[in-house]
Design a protein around this ligand. Structure first.
Ligand code: DQA
Length: 149
């Protein structure tokens, strides 16, 4: 029987407001809807999804540290911290597991300050602009990466 891989899905500030937050940019799904889609999608891969959100940078850093040796992959939408957080970059640099960076919107088609990411240098890949599908695409990518390791 294949081992069940634990995948940590981290969401940064203001993503708890999805649904009411600029739906023309982020879509009308709530974060709970996206979590549901991840759980449904993960079933076929036997992934155990640990889906979390925080508005607090240090909490995200602590979670990354704590889960360092407990998860087999990380999907992170660090939201605004993507563009500001050396602390999250440093925490992710501790990991020996693949990290996939996700953004709902196409950050490169938006303001210039969103074009730089502190997460990208340690990410196996970046998925942006596909709305909630970015999360399930990231699960597909992780499945592929973990299977080929
Ligand atoms: C975001 C893009 C970021 O620039 C922004 O600050 C967010 C969400 C996205 O998912 O498109 O909060 O990460």
């Amino acid at each position: 029987m294949a081992e069940i891989a634990k995948i940590l899905v981290l969401n940064g500030p203001n993503l708890n407001m999805l649904g009411v937050r600029q739906p023309e940019i982020y879509g009308s799904d709530t974060l709970a809807d996206i979590e549901q889609r991840c759980h449904a999608h993960a079933k076929k891969y036997e992934f155990d999804i640990d889906f979390r959100q925080s508005n607090i940078e240090g909490e995200l850093v602590t979670w990354i540290q704590e889960e360092r040796t407990r998860c087999q992959g990380v999907i992170i939408n660090a939201a605004a911290f993507t563009h500001t957080s050396v602390a999250i970059l440093d925490a992710l640099s501790l990991l020996d597991v693949p990290v996939i960076e996700v953004h709902l919107s196409n950050i490169f088609a938006r303001e210039e300050f969103r074009h730089h990411s502190y997460v990208s240098p340690v990410a196996a890949g970046v998925i942006c602009g596909f709305g909630w599908r970015g999360y399930t695409l990231a699960l597909d990518a992780l499945k592929d990466i973990l299977d080929s390791d």
